[in-house]
Design a binder for this molecule. Sequence first.
Ligand code: GLU
Length: 299
Amino acid sequence: MTTSYRGRFAPSPTGPLHFGSLMAAVGSYLQARSQGGQWFVRIEDLDPPREVPGAADDILRTLEAFGFEWDGEVMYQSRRHAAYEAALEKLRRDGTLYACACTRREIADSSVNGIEGPVYPGTCRGGLQPGRNARAWRVRVDGAVVEFDDLLQGRQRSALATDIGDFVVKRADGFFAYQLAVVVDDAEAGITEVVRGADLLHSTPRQIHLQRLLGLPTPRYLHLPVVLNEQGEKLSKQTYAAPVDRANPLPALCWALELLGQLPPSPLHDGGLEDFWRWAMQNWSVAAVQRKSDVALGE
Ligand code: GLU
């Protein structure tokens, strides 16, 4: 059975695959494969200062060892700069892009807080002040109010002007922003449904706004709960989450499945990877996933 479903997993190569990312990989893979869909891998190597040499290959080897099988070639964001530049050019032509000279400090001093820190006060929206140079490039949000139905978290609504403000699509250090790249790449890969961690739920309205400005389709979204450690922190390299063990995939896979609300029978723990994936694909149920933005490791 094949369908037109196209899903993806998009790790950033900032370190080896840890358990939090594994959960997102498992959820997006099962959501795709249980529907006979395709599943793609994209390495989000967009931010060289945060990257660890060798991490991209290490992540791919881990995915293989865990029995994930992706379709087609792996996409690398580091090779897609021309596509991002073309998207910026379209925004520029349409008058929704502007250069911004403000420093972080200036923005912090003159702004109110939104859902993710300071809302840009619009200082450079009407043009740069004399003698100031462009640092970053921002996109106008104007009066955009974005609503969408997350397949797990339910109806979402964001008034971008008060929640986020005009946001950066090309950074002051010259790198493209995640929000822009993800939209251009999901469209290029024809992704029909984005399944990822709920830590990115707040990014989705910005991405839908960009899709509209760029004339790109909006995929469906499903944001899985993210796993928190004993201190209540999201697992990430910053919280010293241990990499998953490539030599012993089944315990981590079974645990990920359980935290995603699925109830694998205990023999799965002792069987092979093939048995694991067969059971998981046949029994995957979104309805069983907890409708929360996070779950604790011990749950
Ligand atoms: N690269 C992002 C991360 O590792 C995920 C981006 C996405 O799934 O849209 O957190």
